[in-house]
Every structure is written in C-alpha cells, then in structure tokens.
Design a protein. Structure first.
Length: 243
C-alpha cells in the first residue's frame, strides 16, 4: 500500500486500538492529518480523553482484549494500529494482539507498539544495565500484580508467528516534546545508531502511522530512536562521510 487512498480510491480507514493513551492520541492525530478515516478503541471510562477529536473519529468503547469490541472496530479497516501494554496479569496484551490478528480484515496492515525489551530473534544485543532494569521491573511489576511484561513478550511471539502483514515497532525510552521527524531504526537492538535510547512520543506515533503505507516494514520489528538524538546524528554524519 503506497498511497493515502485504498485500492478503490477511497480514504484509508484505520483503527487505533488503545486510542486514549498518550501514544494512541498522537497516532489518531497523525492519521487525521493524513485525512484517514479513524476508528478508536479504548476503555469505556477513558472515552472522555478523546473528546478533543469531536466527531472526526468514531469511538468503540470497551476492553481492547474483548473480541466482540475488536471485531466491530476493525471491520472494513485497511490498517490497525495497536498499542500493546502489559497491564494486568490476565493476558490483556496477548488477548488484544490475538483478537487483532484473528479479526482484522485479511490483508490489512497491522502495526503494533512495544519496547526494545521484546527480542525479535537471537540477534539483539542488550547491555547488562538494560537487562538488569527489565528484570527488576518485571519482578516488581508482577509483585504488585498491575503489569505483566512477559505477557507483552508473549503477544509479540504470537505476532511474529502470524501470517498477517504485521510490523512490530520497538520503542526506546520516550519523552514528550516537539517532533524531530521520523525516527531512524535498526533491525537489532545494540546497533550503535540506537545508543541514545530516546524518542519523542509524537515521533513514535509518526513511525507507527508511516508504517501503514511502507510495505518495506512488513514482517520487520524495527527498533527506533529519535532522529535528533546524538547517536542518530553521529550515524548520519558517518554515512555522509562514507559517500
Ligand atoms: N513509556 C515508555 O517509556 C515506553 C518505552 C518504550 C516503549 N513503550 C511502548 O509505548 C507504548 C505506549 O506506552 P506509554 O507508556 O506511552 O503509554 P500510553 O501511550 O499512555 O498508553 C497506555 C495505555 O494503557 C492503557 N491502560 C492503562 N491502565 C490500564 C489498565 N489498568 N488496564 C488496561 N489498560 C490500561 C491506557 O488506556 P486508558 O487510556 O484507558 O487508561 C492506554 O491505552 C507501549 O506499547 C509501550 O510498550 C513505552
């Protein structure tokens, strides 16, 4: 898919699952900026967070792992952008991913968000500090029974094995702030281009929405970093020097 119109020439219709969160709302805005039709899914108690978009989007309220909710929301969509969050200890993230994988229209572009901690294959290289932080967070989170990081990993395992047209975007640490443009990415965590480990949240969302029309990202799990970070700038200088 390489245009902002579907094959029939109509506007692209995209569903944002987890639309009321910070990343979700940025994705809704970027999709509207491209004149896409937008359907947002969020918990009923969070619908108010989407009020600013008025009638420019259709909201389907409900838990994102509820298959009936997802079936209704993704009907007729060209793409589904899903925020995978490791909330709860009852498979919320994997249930959400499974519902999207099973119920999105055949051939739809499916783009999921997660963090660098999700390894694609054995080729990601993590620093000892990063691994220790993830391990501590995983144990602490499980103790308070609010977050299950392993479930987000399970969600991605299912996506990697699916035959859909998926992309899993792996985010670095995030910060708020004005856009620096489309993040740069690498197939593998540990690539020096990623060393700064920071991305503006609005640009994470931009990358997710750009992936809808970038067929080069199908079956990729790009690890991203902000375009204006020192490691990305150093990489750009190296490439410039190499020409
Ligand atoms: N935060 C980071 O530094 C960071 C780093 C790397 C990658 N990421 C990735 O970026 C994405 C967005 O993360 P974010 O931290 O920026 O969060 P976010 O965009 O604010 O999204 C949080 C989401 O979790 C939902 N949520 C909150 N509490 C919940 C609960 N108890 N049960 C079910 N859902 C609940 C929110 O829904 P409501 O609106 O209904 O509350 C919202 O959709 C995720 O995929 C994350 O893995 C984040």
């Amino acid at each position: 898919m390489d245009t902002e119109r579907g094959e029939s020439g109509r506007r692209l219709r995209v569903c944002v699952v987890g639309a009321s969160g910070k990343l979700g709302r940025y994705m809704v805005q970027h999709a509207l900026d491209r004149d896409y039709e937008v359907v947002g899914v969020c918990r009923a108690k969070s619908v108010g967070k989407l009020a600013g978009f008025g009638d420019r989007i259709t909201v389907v309220p409900g838990p994102t792992d509820d298959r009936e909710v997802i079936a209704r929301a993704v009907a007729g969509c060209d793409a589904v952008l899903t925020v995978l969050v490791p909330w709860g200890v009852r498979g919320y993230s994997s249930g959400t991913a499974q519902a999207v994988l099973d119920l999105a229209p055949k051939g739809a572009r499916l783009v999921f968000s997660c963090g660098w901690h999700v390894a694609r294959d054995g080729r990601d290289v993590y620093s000892r500090r990063f691994l220790a932080t993830v391990r501590i967070m995983t144990v602490l989170a499980r103790l308070v029974r609010a977050v299950d990081v392993d479930d987000q990993v399970e969600a991605c395992r299912r996506i990697f094995h699916s035959e859909t047209r998926w992309t899993v975007v792996r985010g670095s640490d995030l910060e708020e702030g004005e856009s620096q443009g489309l993040p740069v990415w690498s197939r593998y965590v540990g690539d020096p281009v990623l060393a700064s480990n920071l991305t503006r949240r609005t640009d994470f969302a931009l990358f997710m929405v750009e992936a809808v029309t970038d067929d080069g990202l199908v079956h990729e799990a790009p690890a991203i970093v902000g375009r204006g970070t020192p490691s990305a700038l150093a990489h750009a200088r190296r490439r410039g020097g190499a020409r």
